[in-house]
Write a protein that binds this ligand. Sequence first.
Ligand code: NAI
Ligand code: MG
Length: 498
Amino acid sequence: MGDLPLEVKVDIPNGKSYTQPTGLFINNEFVYPKDKKTFEVVSPSTEEVITSVYEAKGEDIDIAVDAAIEAYKSWSISAPETRQKVLLKLADLVDENADLLASIETFDNGKSLQNSKGDIALTAAYFRSCAGWCDKITGNVINTGGSHFNYTQRVPVVCGQIIPWNFPILMLSWKLGPVLATGSTSVLKSAEQTPLSALYMAKLLVEAGMPKGVVNVVSGFGKIAGAAISAHMKLDKVAFTGSTLVGKTIMKAAADSNLKKVTLELGGKSPNIVFDDAKIDAAVQHIIAGIFYNSGEVCCAGSRVLIQSGIYDKVVETLKKAVEDIKVGDPFNPETFMGAQVSEVQMSKILQYIESGKEQGAKVITGGKRSEGKGYFVQPTVFGDVKGHMKIAKEEIFGPVVTLIKFDTVDEAIEIANSTEYGLAAGIHSTDINKCIGVANRINAGTIWVNTYNDFHPMVPFGGFHSSGIGREMGEEVYHEYTQTKAVRIKLDTTGFK
Ligand code: NAI
Ligand code: MG
């Protein structure tokens, strides 16, 4: 403790070596926290400690917030082209460093290199999309008659951002893209399970020309650094992605402190519905992408698959075969689709859900166990004969476990789909576009995918209904989440005019 250098050399199992920052990134520098405490970072695929990093506590958060407030003074009124340049350069740097960033992500999170590469491509694309918005954040002129002139402005915020471990770099981009585009400033806390890529991205922010203090990145724990951010008296906003439970805690802390704005992107138990007239092979591929992508650690995972009775047996047979072909294991092997779960804690939670499914009478069609050997690997698991009351049908498992539920009619499918406290996403598979749109109209969720799943675009907003959250990321809507309206009403004195 205390003698860890601010940079360490890390050797990644795929032969890459690089210099990893370990400090808190404040005012464009890596610095020690006040008490110089560190914590270990574990690789879930090898169960080994990669390095330690420095931990932020409340007083470090105060320093980072002050840096963000100071930077706001000029950044919030900077020319849009200035911000655009930073975002475009950042996107290029992400592309140039794609192999290294993907490798860091895979080492720290356990996800397959295939999946990490996809995340990095989406990250660069998102920063580019945000660059295009810098000069499109406008207000209105409001006509209330000749006696006054009224206009509105969108004013950026000084915010705290708390991200999870399932998509460390991608979630950082969803948070920082709109900050940089709107002229906001931020203190971003990574998840304690996966701090490495955010610190590396901080180096790229400097290289991209970001002025000091605009974005500050800290590693630390939820109950300490995260709590300090959500309760901070000087922040205008807190943006969070993670569990519904913690989302509620953050909203309470925001209310009890200074009523800062809150956006929450939380959990889900999303239905993925396959109708009798669907193309079976394509639907099966989307079921797999929906639940086994990123080892199932996806907030919008299609974890409840509802299959119409006429094709139930055929879908189960095709799915079983396809799932048994999924390559699970060494995440650095380019062929691997599913890597390790993020931590031992997460793996144990998933295995407990699998046991509860067995105990409550669901049938394991395939999988159902931890994989042999080192690393937190869980087999892709399919449960059949699942009934609505079972825990595996109701609660978010956040792992590679899917429940299959049979239905007869469209009304029944919608009833089951909507019988959840969540409302993040849903999938519909059918060749009848009228049915697809009709069903989409009746499902309560923030995102509906038709004949696709886990399919994102920077211009399409994402976020949840009900317990899945508040606010939207991406699309045009996110720029409203990072600005607040200022209305200016001017009383005119026109008496001098003839
Ligand atoms: P979590 O919600 O505790 O962690 C997410 C982030 O919140 C981390 O950065 C963490 O440090 C921070 N955090 C934790 N407690 C906090 C607090 N009191 N105040 C402020 N920040 C706090 O999630 P956890 O425990 O790692 O995973 C548990 C479950 O949460 C998962 O099994 C999954 O169901 C869900 N989850 C959902 C995610 C999503 O994308 N919606 C992402 C991660 C987890
Ligand atoms: Mg880790």
